[in-house]
Design a protein around this ligand. Structure first.
Ligand code: IMP
Ligand code: MG
Length: 181
């Protein structure tokens, strides 16, 4: 695995290896399998970033999960979070009375998730929980706590494993962080 990579104009260094990520995902899946054994979850995956995480997670689920995808625009090609969110891809299935498990790649300010939660309120789900692979608690602006967190990380910009820097780097199997200087 490469230690330092270049994405566009910036250098990134290895942060979470493929093995570290996969080991953590297996543990998360085991937790989900236990909790949702008697009430199968509907994974609600936020595109684009969470596509890889959700695919790997789902392969370890034995609790008869279903999966749906939505898209929320809240980030441009910059490294700073934007203030507004917009639903780009609408759901064509009902979430009424379902046990919804939101799958996100990373939670930073919490704005994206807060926006989605507001949107889901009118659907009257049976339960709504949040799983995120990465969580930057120091960047939080909205008072919400994800129910399942892969890794809590410092407020650094990361790419790989679904996460992009200006649309590049999503294919990487590991997660890399911005190299200073
Ligand atoms: P929030 O709305 O501020 O919580 O931001 C969440 C979204 O911002 C994520 O779904 C990502 O698309 C994006 N994001 C936040 N931090 C990073 C990062 O370090 N690398 C890549 N994308 C990020
Ligand atoms: Mg995202």
């Amino acid at each position: 695995m490469q230690e330092v990579i270049q994405v566009h104009d910036r250098q990134f260094e290895l942060y979470l290896s493929e093995e570290t990520i996969q080991t953590r995902i297996k543990a998360l899946a085991a937790e989900i399998n236990t909790i949702y054994q008697d009430h199968p979850p509907l994974l609600l995956v936020i595109l684009n970033g969470a596509f890889m995480f959700s695919a790997d997670l789902m392969r370890h689920l034995t609790c008869r999960p279903e999966i749906q995808f939505i898209r929320i625009a809240s980030y441009g090609d910059e490294m700073v979070s934007s203030q507004t969110a917009k639903l780009l891809l609408k759901l064509d299935v009902s979430l009424h009375d379902r046990d919804v498990l939101i799958i996100e790649d990373i939670i930073e300010t919490g704005r994206t998730i807060a926006f989605l939660q507001t949107h889901l309120q009118e659907q009257e789900t049976r339960s709504t929980k949040i799983m995120t692979l990465l969580y930057k608690p120091d960047q939080r602006e909205i008072d919400l706590q994800p129910d399942y967190v892969g890794f809590s990380i410092p407020p650094e910009f990361v790419v790989g494993y679904g996460l992009d820097y200006a649309q590049q780097g999503r294919e990487l199997r590991a997660i890399y962080r911005l190299k200073e200087g």
